[in-house]
Design a protein around this ligand. Sequence first.
Ligand SMILES: [Zn+2]
Length: 253
Amino acid sequence: MRAALASTAALLLPVDCVCCQRPDSTLCPTCSKAMRTACLHPQRVEHRADALPVNQLGEALPVIAAGIYDHELAAVILAFKNHQMPALGKVLVPALARAVFTAVAELADPGRPVVLVPVPTRLRAKAKRGYFPLGVLLARMNRSRVLPERVLVEHLVRYRASGQFASAQKGRGKRARSVVRGTLDAPDTRGLARMLSLEAQVLFIDDVLTTGATLAEAQRALADSGLLVCGAVVLAATPAPDPKQGVRSARSK
Ligand SMILES: [Zn+2]
């Protein structure tokens, strides 16, 4: 019955696999399996990004990724973000949930609640797409109750209305950080106070980790709140920067 309905839907709305372009499904069974396999083992990825915030010991903020941004996972994330295909959410939710579970177990103090704080989308990008892909995934995770019990979701960090919209992807290290500096803030003082009274630890959550500059800026936005940031979770991390191209700019503001 379900197969019959699916094939009828495919006739009405012809779709191709977002990975291999095979007809009849948004994600064919072969690519779906490959994507699930690629996300079976969430991994630490902070060594792949050189503009992450660092602690007093010079250690980068720990980041757990569901997978690496290539092959099927990259195709699915890109399609989900750009083509507004909420159908792909159902394959991304289990991958992200597994990464959240790993991050909570590895990075958070077990005695305290954890608050997932989404890294916001630039207003322009959001307006262009008409929706917030990460928000769609988080809402789905909340609805299907796949998050651990002590995990909350609060949209505490936002883009400033008058912020700079330069791409965080340009430049590396300090330069990448300086490009996004001052673009985010945390205006929800009641939300912050509530999380502080619960002694909640912050886990930032984002779709793709590139330089880590946006995460550094998100942490800066929460610096005065008193909240402890224990790490970040992402769907995917881009491959480590090529050391030959990774000449760090000496410029910083
Ligand atoms: Zn396929």
